[in-house]
Design a protein around this ligand. Structure first.
Ligand SMILES: *Cc1c(COP(=O)(O)O)cnc(C)c1O
Length: 449
């Protein structure tokens, strides 16, 4: 068998997977017991498995695909970069493609300084170290802690997990983590925010002078199950944090590049952070690339003679990878050429209307901001794994979605049409009806007898 043999049968691929691949966020006792989709290729917004079956990519391949798969312009940009160089280091050398992207991101965001890494987690890790070190180098040596929201998710590395606050993901690692100051966030924009702000005020009063920075997912806490808060709520928290002398770190890893209806979520607010983290959508979902962007003021606190040791001693091997930077540049071209942001409104509305029309007694709530959405199901016992079973049943409808706890998450590529968005919601509704026949279906069945 050649090392790139694509002639295995579906079950041979599955057997090999079960033997060798350790999947992320996956209980393998469950993985071995459920049918496996082995993806071999993709076209536009469809994933294609080894047997040629097609599925709508309702997770944007984990929240990162923007313009669809195998977009001719991004493909061409990567191929052109292949003919120049695939990888060269940013340590001690500069590179044309990384420079071009940095300039482009600076113009797009207004942050003049761009530090590259490879994932959302590393973008956050870098931001935490930057904020900490900037404070130290400004003489604020007591500012060693971070404030973060309850139910926050900032990635899976130790620093980003430390500022994260999802007990299921983070509980076991507690002894390895540093302690963050926890600021309460609502489940849903507007809900009880005044009381939470009053509480936050006390927290910032008590801990404010120990804070290096306040980190937040602006407007929506994605991994917590699409929990939203209002712009006014975030603005008030950021004012408190600023007044306390903390730097502001916006984690736009999930929300960046159009996901919430604007290029960045902070565009819908008056919040102007000191540090901005981007990753998922940066390359259009093609290649691992992240960036931590900062103001000139943050950057300036790292300048000085070498022996003042103000260097940011951080950098990953594949930092600023040219293939990934080429994909990102092509993706940003597409945002402009295809007027992607301007075209989002009817899609967002189609998704909202489709979700509002879902009728099933197990649906207790729908959540949405832009093209980030969730259909939340009545909890039930953890073992029942209702939302998980619904996502598996969606596959029979030709739709891939995932759940977070009781929330079935819908996170389509921005390029998806209103018709495809409706198809996803219909698939969830059908799958739910088959997984948990509600009274309506029950009555109908009785009547038929
Ligand atoms: C996904 C995510 C991360 C982590 O990104 P990875 O690329 O998975 O490391 C960090 N922050 C937020 C808000 C995310 O949604």
């Amino acid at each position: 068998m050649s090392r790139t043999d694509h002639s295995h049968t579906a079950s041979e691929w599955a057997q090999l997977d079960l033997r060798h691949v350790w999947h992320p966020f996956t209980q393998h006792d469950e993985w071995v017991a459920q049918p496996m989709i082995v993806v071999d290729r993709a076209e536009g917004v469809e994933l294609i498995d080894v047997e040629g079956r097609r599925y709508l990519d309702g997770t944007s391949s984990l929240w990162c695909n923007v313009h669809g798969h195998r977009h001719p312009k991004i493909d061409a940009a990567i191929r052109a970069q292949l003919d120049r160089v695939s990888h060269t280091t940013q340590l001690g050398l500069a590179g044309t493609t990384a420079i071009a992207l940095a300039e482009r991101l600076a113009t797009l965001t207004g942050f003049p300084r761009v530090f590259y890494s490879d994932s959302g987690s590393t973008a956050v890790e870098v931001a935490l170290k930057m904020a900490f070190q900037a404070q130290q180098q400004r003489g604020n040596t007591q500012r060693t802690r971070f404030a973060a929201l309850t139910e926050a998710y900032h990635g899976d590395t130790i620093g980003s997990v430390s500022v994260g606050g999802i007990p299921l993901f983070h509980g076991i690692y507690k002894p390895m983590l540093f302690d963050a100051v926890r600021v309460p966030s609502p489940d849903r924009a507007g809900e009880g925010e005044a009381a939470l702000l009053a509480e936050a005020e006390g927290i910032f009063r008590e801990h404010g002078d120990t804070l290096a920075a306040f980190i937040f997912e602006p407007l929506v806490q994605g991994a917590a199950g699409i929990r939203t808060h209002s712009a006014a709520f975030l603005e008030a928290l950021c004012r408190m944090a600023r007044d306390a002398g903390a730097l502001l770190v916006a984690d736009e890893v999930a929300t960046g590049f159009g996901r919430t209806g604007t290029m960045f979520a902070i565009d819908q607010t008056a919040v102007r952070p000191d540090i901005l983290c981007v990753a998922k959508g940066l390359t259009g979902g093609y290649l691992p690339l992240a960036a931590t962007l900062t103001t000139e003021a943050v950057f300036a606190s790292f300048r000085g003679p070498y022996t003042e040791w103000k260097t940011l001693f951080h950098g990953h091997t594949y930092t600023g990878n040219p293939l990934a930077c080429a994909a990102a540049l092509a993706s940003l071209d597409l945002f402009e050429d295809d007027c992607v942001i301007a075209g989002l409104a009817p899609k967002i509305e189609a998704l909202r209307d489709a979700m509002a029309a879902v009728r099933h007694p197990a649906v207790i709530e729908v959540r949405q901001i832009g093209l980030m959405a969730a259909i939340v199901l009545a909890g039930g016992p953890t073992e029942a794994r209702l939302a998980h079973r619904v996502t598996l049943a969606c596959r029979d409808e030709g739709v891939i979605v995932r759940c977070l706890g009781d929330a079935v998450v819908i996170m389509p590529p921005l390029v998806m049409t209103p018709a495809d968005l409706r198809r996803i919601v219909t698939a969830v509704e059908t799958a739910l009806g088959r997984t948990l026949p509600g009274p309506a279906q029950g009555t109908q069945a009785n009547r038929a007898e």
